[in-house]
Design a protein around this ligand. Structure first.
Ligand code: 13P
Length: 249
């Protein structure tokens, strides 16, 4: 389970949301929970989460270790603060023009930094209408793992159809199942069936307390990457509990 806060919360709001999430979710069994606050609040969140079962992730990082990259934060710098790095989110691809090649470099850098990449892939509405969903997922996934000889067990993949993100219009269960099963099939073709069975595949896009239980029961869906609803502690906790109860997480 991932909670991607995106560019939301003041420092005070972030501290209080972490506190509420700890009260709701610390110690919950059957699901691994990662929260992804904005970069400047990561150190605070790290300290507040110390000793708990909640894990911390960064929403983005730069692949170079250090150097003249004004405004950037490297995966290497984040080691020791976070456990996970979100790689290739569609908002990074669309708003910040990040290429498949940039995604591949960050995925490798994240692994080299000792962190766990959460790779996001997903088609736009136009690509879906043109029946290109499978081809787009395959291209994004294969490009991101291009440099890897084997798929490290730390790599998880989130299928996030762009049209379902922030729209209130989640993929239907059959669309979510289809996307996640395509992801697993491509992983199997590239790295073999064991890697595919081990790889955690999440669905993301307008996940809420109302649809989480249904999504969690899908055979190809191991978890969820939640945006808007992760900013409301009670709702995010309800989604995590639905996942835990389904045995998916
Ligand atoms: P929403 O849950 O707000 O649709 O966002 C999903 C997402 O982009 C998570 O990374």
């Amino acid at each position: 389970m991932g909670g991607n806060w995106k560019m939301n919360t003041t420092r005070a709001e972030a501290r209080s949301l972490v506190g509420e999430l700890l009260a709701e979710l610390d110690g919950l069994r059957g699901v691994d929970i990662v929260i992804l606050p904005p970069a400047p609040w990561l150190a605070d969140a790290h300290d507040l989460l110390a000793g708990s079962t909640l894990r911390l992730g960064a929403q983005h990082a730069h692949w170079e270790r250090a150097g003249a990259y004004t405004g950037a934060v490297s995966a290497h710098q984040l080691a020791g603060v976070v456990d996970h790095v979100l790689v290739g989110h569609s908002e990074r691809r669309r708003l910040f023009h990040e290429s498949d090649g940039a995604t591949a470099r960050l995925l490798s850098a994240t692994l080299e930094a000792g962190l766990s990449p959460l790779l996001a892939v997903g088609e736009t509405a136009g690509e879906r209408e043109a029946s290109e969903t499978g081809a787009v997922l395959r291209r994004q996934l294969l490009a991101a793992v291009e440099g890897l000889e084997r798929l490290d067990g730390r790599v998880a993949v989130a299928y996030e159809p762009v049209w379902a993100i922030g729209s209130g219009e989640s993929a239907t269960p059959s669309q979510a199942e289809e996307g996640c099963s395509i992801v697993r099939r491509v992983v199997a073709e590239r790295f073999g069936p064991e890697a595919a069975a081990r790889c955690r595949v999440l669905y993301g896009g307008s996940v809420s307390a109302a649809n989480a239980a249904e999504l969690a029961l899908l055979p190809s869906v191991d978890g969820a990457l939640v945006g808007g609803a992760s900013l409301r502690a009670a709702e995010f906790a309800a989604i995590c509990r639905a996942l835990a109860a389904s045995g998916a997480g």
